[in-house]
Design a protein around this ligand. Structure first.
Ligand code: 6PG
Length: 248
């Protein structure tokens, strides 16, 4: 089912089906690329089940870990031993047991400030990409995982924050978060997140019903504006699905 602006909405029964469907989409991206594969992970709670699944035998044995590189779309500017740290969650859930450490590209929260951290991560992304500007025909990422917050934020791009309109810098510091956890953030910007073969939103639970209705209704929110140059998929479980998408 495609919304007005070419975002595809895929509905699944529950959180377990959400994780399995997301894992299978990652596997399809892997099958489509015989070279180096770059995945941009999401923070928050929604992707955790997917991460757990990737560490299970049924997926782990099929993933070419030496060709896989793992980035993160945003980070809470807290030390890596802080439970709020997004990449620390991903490391603990699957990366530490599966991925070569040099293939895990975390946002450096040991920097003097979120802006300094952003500069360093931008340098790392550009060196990985091999150019200082993005070529629309050569996406940086194979897959970008995303979530949506209750206010319509995605990554750490909050409604009304100038970071949402950033078009030059690839990564920016965000001094003030608009929702919990109220810690400074570092986030990739929309043009960089869009540089992917597939952008995959995972959205689950009745608490996301209201914001999903607004986002898929076309309201001008960061999560609405986040789109891939190629494929944008909203993977939604039944509990989160807006009325006007039910039964379609
Ligand atoms: C973060 C995330 C953020 C998240 C949404 C949804 O650092 O918090 O990157 O953008 O994706 O807030 O969070 P949940 O998945 O926990 O609902």
């Amino acid at each position: 089912m495609t919304s007005r602006d070419h975002r595809e909405v895929i509905t699944v029964a529950d959180p377990a089906a959400l994780a399995t469907t997301a894992a299978d989409r990652l596997m399809a991206r892997i099958d489509a690329n015989s070279g180096r594969i770059a995945t941009c992970l999401a923070g928050g709670s929604s992707p955790k089940r997917l991460y757990q699944l990737l560490a299970t035998a049924s997926y782990r044995s099929r993933i070419p870990w030496s060709r896989m590189h793992w980035f993160i779309g945003d980070e809470r500017f807290v030390p890596t031993d802080n439970p709020l740290n997004n990449m620390a969650m991903a490391r603990k859930t699957f990366l530490d047991q599966c991925a070569p450490p040099s293939n895990v590209h975390a946002i450096p929260t040991d920097a003097a400030s979120p802006d300094e951290s952003a500069r360093r991560y931008q340098d790392e992304l550009k060196s990985f990409y091999g150019a200082a500007s993005l070529d629309p025909a050569k996406p940086l990422f194979d897959l970008v995982l995303m979530g949506v917050g209750p206010d319509g934020h995605t990554a750490s791009l909050f409604p009304g924050d100038p970071a949402v309109d950033e078009t030059e810098r690839w990564v920016v510091g965000v001094a003030k978060a608009h929702v919990e956890p109220f810690v400074p953030r570092v986030t990739l910007t929309l043009p960089v997140l869009a540089s992917c073969r597939e952008m995959l939103f995972e959205v689950s639970g009745p608490e996301k019903h209201a914001i999903l209705t607004r986002v898929l209704g076309g309201e001008n929110l960061p999560a609405s504006r986040a789109q891939s140059a190629f494929e944008t998929i909203w993977l939604v479980d039944r509990a989160a699905l807006p009325e006007n998408f039910r039964g379609k």
